[in-house]
Design a protein around this ligand. Structure first.
Ligand SMILES: Nc1ncnc2c1ncn2[C@@H]1O[C@H](COP(=O)(O)OP(=O)(O)OP(=O)(O)O)[C@@H](O)[C@H]1O
Ligand SMILES: [Mg+2]
Length: 568
């Protein structure tokens, strides 16, 4: 298991924003613009209570003109605040969408090029959760939580300046009554949430994985009548998720305690303000400013505490997403660059495995030091009982897995030293079960390097003698194959694989014969197509059917992960 770094269920959450910055950097200008607009809008809001306080003093002094001007300013500030806030929201929404777009592209690209071993080592549902839900959470963070955070920061700063300038006595009181209890409450909340949210996210991913696996296995489940066993598993996972969600909810209760602190602070300000105004230390307007400003401050803290929980969840989601990006960061980079110089030139020496060892699980090798050589242009077969390691050897020979020990060489060059694109172009494996995507026959054929079109499809079909077969399909290349290509049998899917191979023109083609029974016509078409594809390339067939084995000029036999027949 040397070449994969596995994902962590509850990955490190420290400095997630700093670690995410490289992915956000390209959007920094738009973010700065949105933040600046948001801060301006917050500044307008901060000035409203000051103006109202001033209006109260003008009212008490009987200054009518001043009062009218101040009322006009208040109205202007409110309009400016509303317009700027909406503008900053629009800007941030746009940034959020861009972030999601580029991250989703990156994740898809990484998952598409990362090692097969990495993909097989993880549950599909977990990868899906990270690639969709958790990216969307990041967008929500940029779109809605970030503005709240900025508003609160700006509001705190501007309020401190304005209130301190109005009355240091009342400001001191506000800090003393409000500060310490809020600090304590937020500490309790953070502590509870830090334990609860990562567990909740992991439990949610587990539930998603179990659900998607049971959907994929639905046919088998019904055949086996094992639906109730799966329901039990789902129920267990759902219970686990509920438990973690409840713990997260309990943590959030701390936030409600802030209401009491706010009430106390307002009361203290009113009482102290009344006394100070009576003694002529401050004007009534200043007391009004304080009470209004502190209410605004509370409501923006309320908004913030509402999103504080979501922010911690986003942090967990972001950490899980970064974990995925880190784990897939150098997709199939040449592992031994010094060996990569020989790519292409020495194809004449064929394909060989040198003392190749491979294990899916540490300490349980499936292949033990397998050495075999296939000359360029050779046509050979690999046979052996089920579970002997034929498919595993085929995947190693195609560079889909990297060996734990030993090496696979094509034309003398170690496959681990070649780039992924080159490996995919030069070696093609048609697996036992060819997977199809939802759509037409043509959509599935288009999944070939070089994005071939109808002309290439037709040429490939003609080359392999499959034109008649294609013409017999309703719609030809435009035939709808169903969601997972279920209209095609296992053998017909392998014909799709052969057509793709004909368009790729690899040096080496490996066909892992379908184990399902093929109808004689399809089996004949595969034989025929292979015979036509054979020219000028190495073709290996992992043979299951005696009829195929009989026709093969050379056969190597695997038994329990070891070669038993003399190798060439
Ligand atoms: N993705 C995997 N994860 C863990 N173990 C695996 C995986 N794929 C195969 N194995 C195990 O490795 C061993 C060899 O499997 P492999 O598929 O290579 O056999 P095979 O010779 O192709 O069998 P068959 O004739 O049934 O296709 C088996 O014991 C199998 O259980
Ligand atoms: Mg197999």
């Amino acid at each position: 298991m040397a070449d994969v770094r596995l994902l962590t269920e509850e990955p490190d959450q420290r400095h997630v924003l700093r670690r995410a910055w490289p992915h956000l950097r390209e959007h920094r200008r738009a973010m700065v613009a949105a933040i600046a607009v948001n801060l301006l809008s917050t500044l307008s809001l901060t000035l409203v209570p000051v103006m109202i306080g001033r209006a109260v003093d003008e009212l008490l002094d009987g200054d009518r003109t001043g009062l009218l001007v101040t009322a006009g300013v208040v109205l202007g500030l409110v309009v400016v605040r509303t317009v700027l806030l909406r503008w900053s929201e629009l800007l941030l929404t746009r940034v959020g969408e861009k972030v999601v777009h580029s991250l989703r592209d990156l994740v898809v690209e990484r998952l598409g090029t990362t090692s097969l071993r990495f993909l097989e080592a993880h549950r599909g549902g977990d990868l899906l959760q990270r690639a969709t839900v958790e990216i969307a959470e990041l967008a929500t963070f940029v779109r809605s939580q970030l503005p709240d955070l900025i508003s609160l920061g700006g509001y705190l700063l501007f309020s401190v300046i304005v209130l301190l300038a109005s009355s240091w006595q009342l400001f001191g009181l506000l800090v003393l009554v409000f500060g310490p209890p809020m600090w304590w409450i937020s500490r309790r909340f953070r502590r509870a949430a830090q334990a609860a949210y990562p567990a909740e996210a992991a439990a949610q991913a587990t539930l998603a994985a179990t659900f998607s696996e049971s959907l994929l296995a639905r046919e088998q489940l019904q055949i086996d009548g094992a639906t109730s066993t799966w329901l039990d598993r789902l129920r267990q996972d759902a219970d686990g998720y509920l438990r973690t969600a409840r713990a997260a909810q309990r943590g959030a209760t701390w936030i409600d305690a802030t209401w009491i602190v706010q009430g106390l602070t307002s009361a203290a300000l009113l009482v102290a303000g009344g006394i100070l105004a009576n003694e002529g230390v401050v004007t009534v307007g200043v007391v009004v400013t304080f009470v209004l400003a502190s209410r605004d401050l509370f409501s923006s803290i309320d908004d913030f505490t509402l999103v504080a929980g979501e922010m911690l969840e986003s942090r967990v989601g972001l950490a899980r997403l970064l974990d995925l990006l880190d784990a897939t960061s150098s997709p199939h980079a040449p592992q031994n660059p010094e060996k990569s110089g020989t790519s292409g030139g020495t194809a004449g020496t064929g394909l060989s495995a040198d003392a190749v060892t491979y294990s899916y699980r540490p300490g349980e090798p499936v292949l033990h030091g397998v050495s075999v050589h296939f000359a360029a242009g050779e046509h050979a077969g690999i046979v052996g009982e089920t579970g002997s390691g034929k498919t595993t050897l085929a995947k190693l020979l195609c560079g889909l897995y990297l060996p734990d020990a030993g090496a696979v060489r094509l034309g003398g060059a170690d496959l681990s030293g070649l780039g992924a694109a080159e490996v995919r172009r030069r070696l093609v494996l048609i697996p036992q079960q060819v997977h199809m995507i939802a759509g037409t026959f043509a959509d599935n054929l288009a999944l070939t390097p070089g994005r071939p079109g109808p002309q290439e499809f037709a040429r490939a079909a003609e080359r392999l003698g499959l034109t008649g077969w294609v013409a017999g399909l309703p719609g030809g290349f435009d035939a709808e194959l169903g969601r997972r290509g279920e209209r095609f049998s296992a053998g017909e899917r392998q014909l799709v694989g052969l057509l793709r191979a004909a368009m790729t023109e690899p040096e080496v083609l490996i066909l892992d014969e379908a184990t399902a029974d093929l109808d004689p016509a399809t089996a004949h078409r595969i034989e025929e197509a292979l015979a036509r594809l054979r020219r000028n390339r190495t073709v290996l067939v992992i043979a299951h059917r005696p009829s195929t084995i009989d026709r093969l000029p050379r056969v190597v036999r695997l038994h329990a992960g070891r070669l038993t027949s003399p190798e060439g």
